[in-house]
Design a protein around this ligand. Sequence first.
Ligand code: PEP
Ligand code: CO
Length: 450
Amino acid sequence: MTVNAKTSPSAGNTWRDLPAAQQPEYPDAEALRAVIADLEAYPPLVFAGECDQLRARMAAVAKGEAFLLQGGDCAEAFDAVSADHIRNKLKTLLQMGAVLTYAASVPVVKVGRIAGQYSKPRSKPTETRDGVTLPVYRGDSVNGFDFTEASRIPDPERLKRMYHASASTLNLVRAFTTGGYADLRQVHAWNQDFVRTSPSGQRYEQLAREIDNALHFMRACGTDPEEFKTVEFFSSHEALLLDYESALTRVDSRTGKLYDVSGHMVWIGERTRQLDHAHIEFASKIRNPVGIKLGPTTTAEEALRYVDRLDPEREPGRLTFIVRMGAGKIRDRLPELVEKVTASGAAVAWVTDPMHGNTFEAASGHKTRRFDDVLDEVKGFFEVHKALGTHPGGIHVELTGDDVTECVGGGDEIFVDDLHQRYETACDPRLNRSQSLDLAFLVAEMYRDQ
Ligand code: PEP
Ligand code: CO
Protein backbone atom coordinates (compact mmCIF):
# COMPACT_ATOMS: atom_id res chain seq x y z
CA MET A 1 0.00 0.00 0.00
CA THR A 2 1.37 3.39 -0.91
CA VAL A 3 0.80 5.15 2.37
CA ASN A 4 1.38 8.67 1.22
CA ALA A 5 0.37 8.17 -2.36
CA LYS A 6 -1.39 10.80 -4.42
CA THR A 7 -4.56 9.97 -6.24
CA SER A 8 -3.79 8.71 -9.66
CA PRO A 9 -4.11 11.92 -11.65
CA SER A 10 -6.09 10.43 -14.49
CA ALA A 11 -7.69 7.13 -13.56
CA GLY A 12 -9.35 8.19 -10.29
CA ASN A 13 -10.65 11.47 -11.64
CA THR A 14 -12.34 10.55 -14.92
CA TRP A 15 -15.70 11.28 -13.26
CA ARG A 16 -14.85 14.98 -13.35
CA ASP A 17 -15.86 15.21 -17.02
CA LEU A 18 -19.37 13.97 -16.30
CA PRO A 19 -22.45 15.42 -14.60
CA ALA A 20 -22.49 14.60 -10.88
CA ALA A 21 -25.82 14.82 -9.05
CA GLN A 22 -26.18 15.88 -5.40
CA GLN A 23 -22.81 17.65 -5.04
CA PRO A 24 -22.57 20.68 -2.74
CA GLU A 25 -22.03 24.08 -4.28
CA TYR A 26 -19.07 25.43 -2.38
CA PRO A 27 -18.85 29.21 -2.40
CA ASP A 28 -15.03 29.17 -2.35
CA ALA A 29 -13.44 26.91 -4.99
CA GLU A 30 -9.93 27.68 -3.76
CA ALA A 31 -10.77 26.54 -0.22
CA LEU A 32 -12.12 23.27 -1.65
CA ARG A 33 -8.92 22.71 -3.66
CA ALA A 34 -6.81 23.21 -0.53
CA VAL A 35 -8.91 20.70 1.41
CA ILE A 36 -8.65 18.13 -1.39
CA ALA A 37 -4.86 18.54 -1.40
CA ASP A 38 -4.77 17.90 2.36
CA LEU A 39 -7.01 14.85 2.08
CA GLU A 40 -4.82 13.44 -0.67
CA ALA A 41 -1.88 13.46 1.71
CA TYR A 42 -3.74 11.80 4.64
CA PRO A 43 -3.14 8.13 5.40
CA PRO A 44 -5.70 5.58 4.18
CA LEU A 45 -8.52 4.68 6.58
CA VAL A 46 -8.56 1.08 5.38
CA PHE A 47 -6.10 -1.12 3.51
CA ALA A 48 -6.62 -2.31 -0.03
CA GLY A 49 -6.01 -5.87 1.19
CA GLU A 50 -8.96 -5.54 3.58
CA CYS A 51 -11.18 -4.44 0.69
CA ASP A 52 -10.06 -7.56 -1.18
CA GLN A 53 -10.95 -9.62 1.87
CA LEU A 54 -14.46 -8.16 1.92
CA ARG A 55 -14.79 -8.78 -1.81
CA ALA A 56 -13.97 -12.44 -1.15
CA ARG A 57 -16.58 -12.53 1.64
CA MET A 58 -19.14 -10.93 -0.70
CA ALA A 59 -18.30 -13.55 -3.32
CA ALA A 60 -19.51 -16.15 -0.82
CA VAL A 61 -22.70 -14.11 -0.40
CA ALA A 62 -23.19 -13.99 -4.18
CA LYS A 63 -22.71 -17.76 -4.40
CA GLY A 64 -25.25 -18.47 -1.65
CA GLU A 65 -22.62 -19.48 0.90
CA ALA A 66 -22.87 -16.50 3.25
CA PHE A 67 -25.33 -13.82 4.38
CA LEU A 68 -24.68 -10.07 4.58
CA LEU A 69 -25.72 -8.00 7.57
CA GLN A 70 -25.15 -4.33 6.74
CA GLY A 71 -26.46 -1.66 9.09
CA GLY A 72 -26.01 1.57 10.94
CA ASP A 73 -27.23 5.15 10.96
CA CYS A 74 -28.90 6.82 8.03
CA ALA A 75 -26.54 9.71 8.68
CA GLU A 76 -23.71 9.64 11.18
CA ALA A 77 -23.20 12.94 12.98
CA PHE A 78 -19.99 14.51 14.26
CA ASP A 79 -21.43 15.04 17.74
CA ALA A 80 -22.39 11.35 17.94
CA VAL A 81 -18.79 10.17 17.66
CA SER A 82 -18.70 8.91 21.23
CA ALA A 83 -17.73 5.62 22.81
CA ASP A 84 -21.29 4.98 23.98
CA HIS A 85 -22.96 5.48 20.61
CA ILE A 86 -20.37 3.47 18.72
CA ARG A 87 -20.39 0.64 21.26
CA ASN A 88 -24.19 0.40 21.33
CA LYS A 89 -24.42 0.29 17.55
CA LEU A 90 -21.72 -2.32 17.27
CA LYS A 91 -23.20 -4.40 20.07
CA THR A 92 -26.59 -4.42 18.31
CA LEU A 93 -25.05 -5.48 15.02
CA LEU A 94 -23.04 -8.24 16.70
CA GLN A 95 -26.14 -9.51 18.50
CA MET A 96 -28.06 -9.59 15.22
CA GLY A 97 -25.11 -11.32 13.55
CA ALA A 98 -25.00 -14.08 16.17
CA VAL A 99 -28.69 -14.91 15.76
CA LEU A 100 -28.49 -14.88 11.98
CA THR A 101 -25.36 -17.04 11.91
CA TYR A 102 -27.08 -19.74 13.90
CA ALA A 103 -30.29 -19.63 11.90
CA ALA A 104 -28.72 -19.41 8.47
CA SER A 105 -25.95 -21.90 9.26
CA VAL A 106 -23.62 -19.91 7.04
CA PRO A 107 -21.12 -17.16 7.86
CA VAL A 108 -22.66 -13.74 8.35
CA VAL A 109 -20.59 -10.96 6.79
CA LYS A 110 -20.86 -7.96 9.10
CA VAL A 111 -20.60 -4.51 7.54
CA GLY A 112 -21.42 -1.26 9.33
CA ARG A 113 -22.94 1.82 7.78
CA ILE A 114 -20.26 3.44 9.84
CA ALA A 115 -17.05 5.48 9.82
CA GLY A 116 -17.90 7.52 6.72
CA GLN A 117 -21.70 7.70 6.42
CA TYR A 118 -21.85 11.50 6.77
CA SER A 119 -23.22 12.64 3.41
CA LYS A 120 -26.88 12.63 2.37
CA PRO A 121 -28.57 12.84 -1.02
CA ARG A 122 -31.77 14.87 -0.69
CA SER A 123 -35.01 14.97 -2.68
CA LYS A 124 -35.22 18.76 -2.59
CA PRO A 125 -32.40 21.36 -2.65
CA THR A 126 -34.13 23.65 -0.14
CA GLU A 127 -36.16 23.43 3.04
CA THR A 128 -38.85 25.88 4.13
CA ARG A 129 -39.88 26.50 7.72
CA ASP A 130 -42.37 29.20 8.75
CA GLY A 131 -41.94 30.96 5.44
CA VAL A 132 -38.13 30.91 5.56
CA THR A 133 -36.37 28.96 2.80
CA LEU A 134 -32.76 27.77 3.21
CA PRO A 135 -30.50 25.22 1.50
CA VAL A 136 -31.31 21.72 2.71
CA TYR A 137 -29.08 19.90 5.23
CA ARG A 138 -26.85 17.49 3.26
CA GLY A 139 -25.08 15.72 6.11
CA ASP A 140 -22.38 16.81 8.55
CA SER A 141 -19.76 16.41 5.83
CA VAL A 142 -21.38 19.30 3.91
CA ASN A 143 -23.26 21.75 6.13
CA GLY A 144 -24.86 22.17 9.55
CA PHE A 145 -28.15 20.70 10.77
CA ASP A 146 -29.19 23.98 12.44
CA PHE A 147 -31.76 25.91 10.47
CA THR A 148 -29.76 29.12 10.01
CA GLU A 149 -28.36 30.69 6.89
CA ALA A 150 -24.76 30.49 8.10
CA SER A 151 -25.00 26.86 9.12
CA ARG A 152 -26.45 25.73 5.80
CA ILE A 153 -23.57 27.11 3.68
CA PRO A 154 -21.45 24.17 2.44
CA ASP A 155 -18.02 24.26 4.09
CA PRO A 156 -15.20 22.14 2.60
CA GLU A 157 -13.40 22.03 5.97
CA ARG A 158 -16.16 19.60 6.97
CA LEU A 159 -14.63 17.03 4.61
CA LYS A 160 -11.57 16.97 6.85
CA ARG A 161 -13.75 16.62 9.93
CA MET A 162 -15.45 13.67 8.24
CA TYR A 163 -12.08 12.04 7.68
CA HIS A 164 -11.09 12.51 11.34
CA ALA A 165 -14.48 11.42 12.68
CA SER A 166 -14.28 8.31 10.47
CA ALA A 167 -10.74 7.59 11.66
CA SER A 168 -11.60 7.76 15.35
CA THR A 169 -14.76 5.70 14.86
CA LEU A 170 -12.91 3.03 12.95
CA ASN A 171 -10.18 2.97 15.57
CA LEU A 172 -12.68 2.18 18.31
CA VAL A 173 -14.51 -0.35 16.14
CA ARG A 174 -11.24 -2.17 15.48
CA ALA A 175 -10.48 -2.20 19.21
CA PHE A 176 -13.93 -3.50 20.15
CA THR A 177 -13.99 -6.23 17.52
CA THR A 178 -10.53 -7.61 18.17
CA GLY A 179 -9.93 -6.77 21.81
CA GLY A 180 -12.18 -9.36 23.49
CA TYR A 181 -15.39 -7.33 23.77
CA ALA A 182 -17.00 -9.10 20.83
CA ASP A 183 -16.50 -12.66 22.14
CA LEU A 184 -19.39 -14.76 20.86
CA ARG A 185 -20.27 -16.02 24.35
CA GLN A 186 -20.58 -12.46 25.56
CA VAL A 187 -22.72 -11.54 22.54
CA HIS A 188 -24.93 -14.55 23.22
CA ALA A 189 -25.33 -13.47 26.86
CA TRP A 190 -26.57 -10.08 25.65
CA ASN A 191 -29.10 -11.86 23.45
CA GLN A 192 -30.30 -13.99 26.34
CA ASP A 193 -30.77 -10.80 28.27
CA PHE A 194 -32.85 -9.35 25.44
CA VAL A 195 -35.01 -12.48 25.22
CA ARG A 196 -35.57 -12.36 28.99
CA THR A 197 -36.47 -8.70 29.20
CA SER A 198 -38.15 -7.76 25.92
CA PRO A 199 -41.95 -7.94 25.65
CA SER A 200 -41.71 -10.15 22.58
CA GLY A 201 -38.80 -12.14 24.01
CA GLN A 202 -40.80 -15.32 24.72
CA ARG A 203 -41.23 -15.81 21.03
CA TYR A 204 -37.48 -16.15 20.62
CA GLU A 205 -36.80 -18.33 23.68
CA GLN A 206 -36.61 -21.50 21.64
CA LEU A 207 -34.00 -20.09 19.24
CA ALA A 208 -31.94 -18.58 22.06
CA ARG A 209 -32.02 -21.90 23.93
CA GLU A 210 -30.83 -23.76 20.85
CA ILE A 211 -27.88 -21.40 20.47
CA ASP A 212 -27.11 -21.82 24.16
CA ASN A 213 -27.14 -25.61 23.80
CA ALA A 214 -24.85 -25.44 20.78
CA LEU A 215 -22.35 -23.31 22.69
CA HIS A 216 -22.49 -25.62 25.74
CA PHE A 217 -22.01 -28.63 23.51
CA MET A 218 -18.91 -27.11 21.98
CA ARG A 219 -17.48 -26.23 25.37
CA ALA A 220 -18.15 -29.74 26.63
CA CYS A 221 -16.25 -31.10 23.64
CA GLY A 222 -13.30 -28.99 24.69
CA THR A 223 -13.36 -26.67 21.68
CA ASP A 224 -12.64 -23.02 22.21
CA PRO A 225 -12.08 -21.65 18.71
CA GLU A 226 -10.16 -18.45 18.17
CA GLU A 227 -13.01 -17.38 15.87
CA PHE A 228 -15.23 -16.95 18.92
CA LYS A 229 -12.98 -14.33 20.42
CA THR A 230 -12.76 -11.76 17.66
CA VAL A 231 -15.07 -10.59 14.93
CA GLU A 232 -14.37 -9.61 11.35
CA PHE A 233 -16.14 -6.32 10.78
CA PHE A 234 -16.06 -3.99 7.79
CA SER A 235 -17.00 -0.36 7.17
CA SER A 236 -19.17 1.05 4.40
CA HIS A 237 -20.88 4.25 3.33
CA GLU A 238 -22.54 5.88 0.34
CA ALA A 239 -19.89 7.25 -2.04
CA LEU A 240 -21.74 10.51 -2.53
CA LEU A 241 -19.19 13.34 -2.34
CA LEU A 242 -16.86 12.55 -5.18
CA ASP A 243 -14.27 15.18 -4.21
CA TYR A 244 -13.80 13.36 -0.90
CA GLU A 245 -13.93 9.83 -2.30
CA SER A 246 -11.49 10.51 -5.11
CA ALA A 247 -9.07 12.33 -2.77
CA LEU A 248 -9.01 9.09 -0.76
CA THR A 249 -8.58 6.89 -3.81
CA ARG A 250 -5.07 5.47 -4.00
CA VAL A 251 -3.01 3.15 -6.15
CA ASP A 252 -2.31 -0.06 -4.29
CA SER A 253 1.38 -0.82 -4.56
CA ARG A 254 0.79 -4.60 -4.63
CA THR A 255 -1.58 -4.65 -7.56
CA GLY A 256 -1.30 -1.23 -9.20
CA LYS A 257 -5.09 -0.95 -8.93
CA LEU A 258 -7.15 1.90 -7.53
CA TYR A 259 -8.91 1.53 -4.18
CA ASP A 260 -11.16 3.97 -2.40
CA VAL A 261 -9.54 3.73 1.02
CA SER A 262 -12.23 5.77 2.81
CA GLY A 263 -14.09 2.51 3.62
CA HIS A 264 -14.11 -1.17 2.74
CA MET A 265 -17.29 -1.10 0.70
CA VAL A 266 -19.03 1.87 -0.88
CA TRP A 267 -22.38 2.09 -2.57
CA ILE A 268 -24.05 4.37 -5.08
CA GLY A 269 -27.44 5.67 -4.00
CA GLU A 270 -30.80 5.65 -5.74
CA ARG A 271 -30.47 9.33 -6.68
CA THR A 272 -26.98 9.15 -8.16
CA ARG A 273 -27.04 5.89 -10.12
CA GLN A 274 -27.50 7.44 -13.60
CA LEU A 275 -25.56 5.14 -15.92
CA ASP A 276 -23.68 7.80 -17.86
CA HIS A 277 -22.99 10.11 -14.91
CA ALA A 278 -20.09 10.66 -12.55
CA HIS A 279 -20.89 8.28 -9.67
CA ILE A 280 -21.08 5.15 -11.78
CA GLU A 281 -17.93 6.24 -13.61
CA PHE A 282 -16.11 6.67 -10.28
CA ALA A 283 -17.32 3.29 -9.01
CA SER A 284 -16.18 1.60 -12.22
CA LYS A 285 -12.58 2.65 -11.54
CA ILE A 286 -12.12 1.30 -8.02
CA ARG A 287 -11.48 -2.29 -6.93
CA ASN A 288 -13.54 -2.14 -3.72
CA PRO A 289 -16.68 -4.21 -3.54
CA VAL A 290 -19.44 -1.80 -4.63
CA GLY A 291 -23.18 -1.70 -4.13
CA ILE A 292 -25.93 0.04 -6.06
CA LYS A 293 -29.29 0.87 -4.58
CA LEU A 294 -32.11 -0.22 -6.87
CA GLY A 295 -35.45 1.55 -6.40
CA PRO A 296 -38.84 0.50 -7.75
CA THR A 297 -38.39 2.12 -11.17
CA THR A 298 -35.25 0.12 -12.02
CA THR A 299 -35.61 -1.87 -15.23
CA ALA A 300 -33.95 -5.20 -15.93
CA GLU A 301 -32.11 -3.56 -18.83
CA GLU A 302 -30.64 -0.98 -16.46
CA ALA A 303 -29.57 -3.69 -14.03
CA LEU A 304 -27.80 -5.51 -16.86
CA ARG A 305 -26.00 -2.34 -17.87
CA TYR A 306 -24.77 -1.87 -14.29
CA VAL A 307 -23.31 -5.35 -14.50
CA ASP A 308 -21.55 -4.48 -17.76
CA ARG A 309 -20.21 -1.18 -16.41
CA LEU A 310 -19.19 -2.27 -12.93
CA ASP A 311 -18.58 -5.98 -13.19
CA PRO A 312 -17.44 -6.67 -16.76
CA GLU A 313 -15.43 -9.69 -15.58
CA ARG A 314 -18.52 -11.20 -13.87
CA GLU A 315 -16.54 -11.53 -10.66
CA PRO A 316 -18.63 -12.73 -7.71
CA GLY A 317 -18.33 -10.30 -4.80
CA ARG A 318 -17.60 -7.25 -6.89
CA LEU A 319 -21.19 -6.04 -7.29
CA THR A 320 -24.06 -6.01 -4.82
CA PHE A 321 -27.58 -4.95 -5.74
CA ILE A 322 -29.22 -3.38 -2.70
CA VAL A 323 -32.91 -3.50 -3.52
CA ARG A 324 -35.20 -0.88 -1.90
CA MET A 325 -38.55 -1.08 -3.61
CA GLY A 326 -41.08 -0.79 -0.80
CA ALA A 327 -43.14 -3.54 0.80
CA GLY A 328 -45.97 -3.06 -1.71
CA LYS A 329 -43.77 -3.35 -4.78
CA ILE A 330 -41.00 -5.82 -4.17
CA ARG A 331 -42.98 -8.97 -5.03
CA ASP A 332 -43.99 -7.37 -8.28
CA ARG A 333 -40.76 -5.72 -9.45
CA LEU A 334 -37.92 -7.84 -8.14
CA PRO A 335 -38.52 -11.16 -9.95
CA GLU A 336 -37.79 -9.81 -13.43
CA LEU A 337 -34.55 -8.20 -12.28
CA VAL A 338 -33.31 -11.34 -10.57
CA GLU A 339 -34.32 -13.56 -13.47
CA LYS A 340 -32.65 -11.50 -16.18
CA VAL A 341 -29.48 -10.77 -14.21
CA THR A 342 -29.13 -14.43 -13.28
CA ALA A 343 -29.74 -15.50 -16.89
CA SER A 344 -26.95 -13.14 -18.03
CA GLY A 345 -24.42 -15.17 -16.06
CA ALA A 346 -23.62 -12.35 -13.63
CA ALA A 347 -22.99 -13.42 -10.05
CA VAL A 348 -24.13 -10.41 -8.05
CA ALA A 349 -25.12 -10.43 -4.39
CA TRP A 350 -28.79 -9.56 -3.82
CA VAL A 351 -29.49 -7.67 -0.63
CA THR A 352 -32.71 -6.12 0.67
CA ASP A 353 -32.87 -2.59 2.08
CA PRO A 354 -36.37 -2.69 3.59
CA MET A 355 -36.13 0.88 4.88
CA HIS A 356 -35.99 3.41 2.05
CA GLY A 357 -39.10 2.30 0.17
CA ASN A 358 -41.23 2.42 3.32
CA THR A 359 -40.84 5.96 4.66
CA PHE A 360 -43.88 8.14 5.32
CA GLU A 361 -44.71 11.28 7.24
CA ALA A 362 -46.75 10.84 10.42
CA ALA A 363 -49.46 13.38 11.32
CA SER A 364 -47.00 14.84 13.84
CA GLY A 365 -44.70 15.71 10.94
CA HIS A 366 -42.08 13.07 11.85
CA LYS A 367 -40.62 11.03 9.02
CA THR A 368 -41.17 7.44 10.10
CA ARG A 369 -41.43 3.78 9.05
CA ARG A 370 -43.62 0.93 10.24
CA PHE A 371 -41.78 -2.08 11.61
CA ASP A 372 -44.37 -4.32 9.92
CA ASP A 373 -43.66 -2.77 6.49
CA VAL A 374 -39.93 -3.31 7.00
CA LEU A 375 -40.57 -6.93 7.92
CA ASP A 376 -42.98 -7.40 5.04
CA GLU A 377 -40.44 -6.14 2.50
CA VAL A 378 -37.86 -8.59 3.85
CA LYS A 379 -40.49 -11.35 3.60
CA GLY A 380 -41.25 -10.38 0.01
CA PHE A 381 -37.54 -10.46 -0.78
CA PHE A 382 -37.21 -13.98 0.65
CA GLU A 383 -40.35 -15.14 -1.19
CA VAL A 384 -39.08 -13.90 -4.55
CA HIS A 385 -35.75 -15.66 -4.12
CA LYS A 386 -37.40 -18.85 -2.94
CA ALA A 387 -39.65 -18.92 -5.99
CA LEU A 388 -36.69 -18.40 -8.34
CA GLY A 389 -34.28 -20.71 -6.54
CA THR A 390 -31.83 -17.84 -5.99
CA HIS A 391 -30.10 -16.70 -2.80
CA PRO A 392 -31.51 -13.96 -0.56
CA GLY A 393 -28.06 -12.59 0.20
CA GLY A 394 -28.64 -10.27 3.10
CA ILE A 395 -30.22 -7.25 4.72
CA HIS A 396 -29.19 -3.58 4.73
CA VAL A 397 -30.87 -1.64 7.54
CA GLU A 398 -30.83 1.73 9.23
CA LEU A 399 -30.47 1.18 12.93
CA THR A 400 -28.99 2.50 16.13
CA GLY A 401 -28.08 0.80 19.37
CA ASP A 402 -29.91 3.47 21.35
CA ASP A 403 -33.52 3.43 22.57
CA VAL A 404 -34.81 6.03 20.14
CA THR A 405 -38.43 6.38 19.02
CA GLU A 406 -38.18 6.90 15.26
CA CYS A 407 -39.91 3.87 13.67
CA VAL A 408 -43.35 2.70 14.82
CA GLY A 409 -44.25 -0.85 15.89
CA GLY A 410 -41.96 -3.67 16.98
CA GLY A 411 -42.27 -6.04 19.94
CA ASP A 412 -41.73 -3.21 22.41
CA GLU A 413 -44.31 -1.28 20.48
CA ILE A 414 -43.73 2.35 19.61
CA PHE A 415 -46.85 4.32 18.67
CA VAL A 416 -47.13 7.36 16.43
CA ASP A 417 -47.81 9.43 19.55
CA ASP A 418 -44.46 8.30 21.03
CA LEU A 419 -42.34 9.50 18.12
CA HIS A 420 -41.49 12.85 19.68
CA GLN A 421 -40.02 11.26 22.81
CA ARG A 422 -36.59 10.37 21.44
CA TYR A 423 -36.54 11.34 17.80
CA GLU A 424 -32.82 11.95 17.29
CA THR A 425 -31.94 11.01 13.73
CA ALA A 426 -30.18 13.58 11.55
CA CYS A 427 -32.00 12.14 8.53
CA ASP A 428 -34.11 8.97 8.14
CA PRO A 429 -35.83 7.10 11.01
CA ARG A 430 -33.80 4.17 12.36
CA LEU A 431 -34.82 0.94 14.05
CA ASN A 432 -33.92 1.18 17.74
CA ARG A 433 -32.05 -1.50 19.62
CA SER A 434 -35.02 -3.68 20.43
CA GLN A 435 -36.63 -3.31 16.99
CA SER A 436 -33.31 -4.31 15.41
CA LEU A 437 -33.06 -7.43 17.54
CA ASP A 438 -36.72 -8.25 16.82
CA LEU A 439 -35.91 -8.00 13.14
CA ALA A 440 -32.89 -10.28 13.46
CA PHE A 441 -34.89 -12.99 15.26
CA LEU A 442 -37.75 -12.72 12.74
CA VAL A 443 -35.39 -12.83 9.75
CA ALA A 444 -33.67 -15.82 11.38
CA GLU A 445 -37.04 -17.60 11.48
CA MET A 446 -37.64 -16.68 7.86
CA TYR A 447 -34.25 -17.99 6.85
CA ARG A 448 -34.95 -21.32 8.50
CA ASP A 449 -38.28 -21.66 6.68
CA GLN A 450 -36.60 -20.88 3.37
C1 PEP B 1 -29.62 5.83 2.33
O1 PEP B 1 -29.17 4.70 2.24
O2 PEP B 1 -29.60 6.52 3.36
C2 PEP B 1 -30.30 6.40 1.13
C3 PEP B 1 -30.42 7.70 0.95
O3 PEP B 1 -30.78 5.44 0.34
P1 PEP B 1 -31.33 5.51 -1.17
O4 PEP B 1 -30.20 6.01 -2.01
O5 PEP B 1 -31.67 4.07 -1.43
O6 PEP B 1 -32.53 6.41 -1.17
CO1 CO C 1 -31.49 6.76 4.84
